[in-house]
Design a protein around this ligand. Structure first.
Ligand code: NI
Length: 164
């Protein structure tokens, strides 16, 4: 497995919508393994394929590994089937925006459907940090980073902070 370079904002690929994965083949399994290696090395709790320059609808996440055993999740062609109306605002960082933490409003719970590396479809209701992480990584697949979720004023402040 290989630790891949993580693209940094404002790389244009981070603002680009990704294509569906056509099928879970060996290339996709290698990409997912490399992405997990890259995420753990960073260290981070989620990583989306476009962050390593692979313009595919695929992300990996493991929200609990810093406090316990590794439980990697690989989500191919994920879909957010439902998002709770109940929302919460909390601090989020991103491996493509190092040093920046932004207060982002997210649904507290989501229902996520995805295809696993075995090619089988899965569906799960996620809560708490899992729900936030899934929404953050899902955003990356649509070319959305935390900056895009801020008010114009907050975004201007954040961009000044990145440039500093
Ligand atoms: Ni991110």
């Amino acid at each position: 497995m290989t630790v891949l370079p993580i693209l940094q904002w404002p790389d244009a690929r981070l603002s680009t919508r990704c294509a569906e994965v056509e099928g879970v083949d060996e290339a996709v399994r290698i990409l997912a393994a490399d992405m997990l290696e890259t995420m753990y090395a960073a260290p981070g709790r989620g990583l989306a394929a476009p962050q390593v320059g692979a313009m595919l609808r695929l992300f990996v996440m493991d929200t609990g590994w810093k406090a316990g055993a590794r439980q990697p999740r690989v989500c191919v062609n994920p879909d957010l089937l439902w998002m709770s109306d109940d929302r919460a605002t909390g601090p989020e960082g991103c491996l493509s925006l190092p040093g920046l933490t932004s207060e982002i409003s997210r649904a507290r719970a989501v229902r996520l459907r995805w295809i696993g590396l075995d090619g089988a479809e899965r569906e799960e209701e996620l809560h708490g940090f899992d729900a936030i992480c899934a929404q953050h990584e899902f955003d990356h697949l649509d070319g959305i980073v935390t900056l895009h979720r801020l008010s114009p004023e907050a975004r201007a402040r954040a961009e000044a902070e990145i440039r500093a």
